[in-house]
Design a protein around this ligand. Structure first.
Ligand SMILES: Nc1ncnc2c1ncn2[C@@H]1O[C@H](COP(=O)(O)OP(=O)(O)OP(=O)(O)O)[C@@H](O)[C@H]1O
Length: 233
């Protein structure tokens, strides 16, 4: 579904992502793991055109590298950004409405209901300001908002960030549920153990380069990965 070839991201002199290539096949969960500053967020941002990049981004057999962000979103890519970035002064419903930018009002009710089926808590909080939600609820809202555009590829940037372990578990169960329903997922995580447990395939990114890739189960067993990312000595 998504094929990345020789992707590079530069911020003036900083070479954040250095000629990486990877793929996300339809129906799979693929994870990019790696330490702080490895270039994970920059990779996701470049896929939706939020930062200038070199190389090729191929989505559903189209080279979208030169397209604007809104065109890429229209094609069916959605990004749940790091830190959730919900609109704190808008209600839950208003946040969801923004995610459905390309949908007619008549279709909205049905879409809200679909989101509420996945995240019942958002129905209870529908009229509440997003800024008053807990971290976990905000993450659900950010996910719900992304799903409102009915993407075929969902990209998640550090969904576990700042959440209690029990809530992280809940969020990851939802990610797995979405995948079982057919959603293709590109998951960026520092919580490598959690990410590799639910992913089919994984890439390890270090200082802008892919240093390792394999089936997720194999990465979980890999000694270097266990030492560097799973806290084992
Ligand atoms: N807008 C920017 N301007 C300049 N440098 C940036 C910018 N965004 C990121 N960088 C730098 O690019 C490198 C990669 O950052 P990036 O956020 O992509 O990494 P990351 O793997 O997602 O890390 P984290 O998990 O901390 O978010 C870092 O050295 C970072 O300081």
């Amino acid at each position: 579904m998504l094929k990345i070839r020789n992707l590079g991201v530069y911020y003036k002199l900083i070479h954040a992502v250095d000629n990486i290539s990877f793929e996300v096949p339809e129906g799979k969960i693929v994870t990019l793991i790696g330490p702080n500053g490895a270039g994970k967020s920059s990779t996701l941002k470049s896929i939706v055109g939020l930062v200038p990049s070199s190389g090729e981004v191929n989505f559903l057999s189209h080279n979208i590298s030169k397209e604007k962000t809104y065109q890429r979103i229209k094609r069916g890519i959605a990004l749940v950004p790091e830190g959730r970035k919900v609109f704190v002064n808008l209600t839950v419903l208003e946040n969801l409405r923004i995610g459905a930018f390309n949908k007619l009002s008549a279709e909205l009710e049905e879409k809200y209901e679909r989101i509420f089926q996945i995240f019942p808590i958002l129905k209870k909080r529908a009229k509440q300001y997003a800024g008053t939600l807990s971290g976990g609820e905000q993450q659900m809202l950010a996910l719900g908002r992304a799903l409102m555009s009915e993407p075929s590829l969902l990209m998640l940037d550090e969904p576990s960030l700042g959440l209690a372990p029990k809530v992280v578990q809940e969020v990851f169960e939802i990610i797995q549920h979405l995948n079982r329903e057919g959603m293709t997922i590109l998951l960026v995580e520092q919580n490598a153990a959690m990410a590799l447990k639910i992913a089919h395939y994984g890439y390890v990114l270090e200082t802008g380069k892919i240093v390792l890739e394999n089936i997720a189960d194999n990465l979980l067993q890999n000694e270097d990965v266990r030492k560097s990312y799973l806290g084992e000595v």
